[in-house]
Ligand binder design. Structure first.
Ligand SMILES: Cc1cc2nc3c(=O)[nH]c(=O)nc-3n(C[C@H](O)[C@H](O)[C@H](O)COP(=O)(O)OP(=O)(O)OC[C@H]3O[C@@H](n4cnc5c(N)ncnc54)[C@H](O)[C@@H]3O)c2cc1C
Length: 404
C-alpha cells in the first residue's frame, strides 16, 4: 500500500532537501511551490562542509561540482585601507571536515536538488501551488492551495512540513502570538552578481573575500566556474543616524533594486580596491534583513517547520541554507526511527534534534555581525587578534559549525 505523502509547503532549498531526505527514508512527499517555475532566483551562497556532506547523500553534490567554485582560502581585510588581516586556508576543507566547501549560485543549488527530486518516484512536485490553509488531527493533515487562475485545490497527507521561508504561512498559523513576527534587524544586504570579465583579475581568484569596516562589511567571491562574481555589501542602516524613517522605507523596499549612489557614498572612505568593486555593478538588489524570535518547538502535532520558516538567521556565518539542509537530514533520520508508526513523534524528535543547534547558529550569526561591524578600539583589538592568531587556530574555532 502506498503511504500517505508528507506535504511540503515550499520548494526552496529547505523544501527540496526535505523531499530528498524523506525519500531516502522511504517516505513519499508532495512539494507545493508557489512560483510558476523554478527560475534564476537569488544570488551566491557559500556552502560549507556541514551542508555539502548531506548534499552528497542526495546525489546533488556531483551535479553542483562543475558550477561551483571551491575557494582556496578566506581572505580577511580591513575595509579602510585593504590591509590583510588573515588568510584561512580552505584547500584541505575535504580532509579537515570530510566534505568540500563550495561557493554556488542559489539557482544552481536549486537545479542540483531538483534534478534528483524529479527523477525520484517518491517525490511529486507541483508548481503554481500556493498553500492557503491546512487543518490537522491525529490522523494527518488536509491542505488547500491555490493556482494563479484563482482555483483552489486540496490534498491530504500524513504530515505537513512548512518550508515556506521567512514569511511562512504555516508558522503564522501554528504560532499566532503577535510577538512572533519577522522583525527588521536594521541591517541591509546589497547584492549583485556580475560577469567576471568586467572586473580586474584580482577579483576572479578562487577565494572567499571578507572586508571589515565600522557598521558595514563586504563579501565577494567568484561563482559558476569563475564566470561571474557575487558581491554582497552589508550595512547597518542607522549609520549617520538615519532612524525610523529609513528603516521603514527599507522594509517596504524588500528585495527591490537599490541605489548605487547610496552605496558608493556609504563606502566612500573605504580602500580604493573595495570602491572599485562596488562601482562595477550597474544595479543592486537591496535586501533588508529580518529576524524572528526563537521558537519553543519546530513541531506541533502533524506539522513542523524547517529552514528559514523555523530559524531565519542573519547571513554572517553563511549558514542559513546549510541549516535548512541539516534540517532535512534530521527530518529523514527522525522518520526512519519513528515515522512508520507515529509521524507526530518523528516531527517532535526532529524538533528536539535541531532546535539547540539551529538556535545557537541564529545567536552566533548575530554575534558575528557585531564583531564584523566593530569600530574604534574594539576593532583595533579584533584586527590585532586576527593578525596574530595562527590560521589553524582560527579555523579550529569553526569546527563546531563545519564538522557536524
Ligand atoms: C544576503 C544573504 C546571503 C546569504 N548567504 C548565505 C550563504 O552564503 N550560505 C548559506 O548557507 N545561506 C546563506 N543565506 C541564507 C539562505 O539564503 C536562506 O537561509 C535559505 O535560502 C532559506 O531557504 P528556505 O528554503 O528555508 O527558504 P526560501 O529560500 O525563502 O524558500 C521558501 C520557498 O517557499 C515558497 N513559498 C512561500 N510561501 C509559500 C506558500 N504559501 N505556498 C507554497 N510555496 C510557498 C517560496 O516561493 C520559496 O520557493 C543568505 C541569505 C542572505 C539574505
Amino acid at each position: 500500500v502506498q503511504r500517505a505523502p508528507i506535504v511540503i509547503a515550499g520548494g526552496g532549498v529547505a523544501g527540496l532537501s526535505a523531499a530528498l531526505g524523506l525519500a531516502r527514508a522511504g517516505r513519499p512527499s508532495l512539494v507545493l511551490e508557489r512560483a510558476q517555475a523554478f527560475g534564476e532566483v537569488g544570488a551566491g551562497l557559500q556552502l560549507a562542509p556541514n551542508a555539502t556532506r548531506i548534499l552528497r547523500d542526495y546525489g546533488a553534490l556531483e551535479l553542483l561540482r562543475e558550477l561551483a567554485v571551491a575557494p582556496e582560502h578566506v581572505r580577511i581585510r580591513r575595509g579602510r585601507d585593504g590591509t590583510d588581516l588573515a588568510r584561512l586556508p580552505l584547500r584541505d576543507a575535504e580532509q579537515r571536515w570530510g566534505a568540500p566547501w563550495f561557493n554556488v549560485h542559489r539557482a544552481d543549488l536549486l537545479s542540483a536538488l531538483l534534478e534528483p527530486a524529479e527523477q525520484n518516484s517518491l517525490i511529486e512536485i507541483r508548481t503554481d501551488a500556493t498553500l492557503t490553509g491546512f487543518v490537522q488531527d491525529e490522523q494527518g493533515v488536509a491542505v488547500s492551495y491555490r493556482d494563479s487562475h484563482g482555483e483552489t485545490h486540496r490534498a491530504s497527507g500524513a504530515a505537513l512540513i512548512g518550508a515556506d521561508g521567512l514569511r511562512s504561512l504555516v508558522r503564522a498559523r501554528l504560532h499566532e502570538a503577535s510577538s512572533d513576527r519577522p522583525a527588521y534587524t536594521g541591517h541591509t544586504a546589497w547584492r549583485a552578481v556580475i560577469p567576471a570579465k568586467d572586473l580586474p583579475q584580482a577579483f576572479r581568484a578562487p577565494a572567499s573575500n571578507l572586508w571589515l569596516g565600522k557598521k558595514a562589511h563586504l563579501v565577494h567571491y567568484p561563482l559558476r566556474a569563475g564566470a561571474v562574481v557575487n558581491i554582497v555589501a552589508l550595512v547597518e542602516d542607522d549609520w549617520r543616524g538615519a532612524g525610523a524613517e529609513a528603516r521603514e522605507e527599507s522594509a517596504r523596499f524588500w528585495d527591490q533594486a537599490g541605489d548605487r549612489g547610496f552605496l558608493l557614498d556609504r563606502f566612500g572612505d573605504w580602500a580604493a580596491e573595495a570602491r572599485e568593486l562596488l562601482a562595477a555593478p550597474e544595479s543592486w538588489l537591496r535586501w533588508p534583513l529580518f529576524d524572528r524570535p526563537p521558537l519553543d518547538s519546530y513541531a506541533r502535532g502533524r506539522t513542523a517547520l524547517i529552514g528559514d520558516a523555523a530559524h531565519p538567521m542573519l547571513p554572517y556565518l553563511a549558514q542559513g541554507a546549510a541549516q535548512a539542509i541539516e534540517d532535512s537530514g534530521a527530518l529523514a533520520l527522525a522518520f526512519l526511527e519513528f515515522g512508520q508508526k507515529d509521524p507526530g513523534r518523528a516531527l517532535a524528535r526532529y524538533s528536539d534534534a535541531r532546535r539547540p543547534r539551529a538556535g545557537r547558529m541564529q545567536q552566533a550569526s548575530r554575534e558575528q555581525g557585531r564583531i564584523y561591524h566593530m569600530g574604534g578600539a574594539p576593532a583595533f583589538a579584533r584586527d590585532m587578534a586576527l593578525r596574530l592568531a595562527p590560521a589553524g587556530a582560527l579555523l579550529a574555532r569553526q569546527n563546531w559549525i563545519y564538522s557536524a
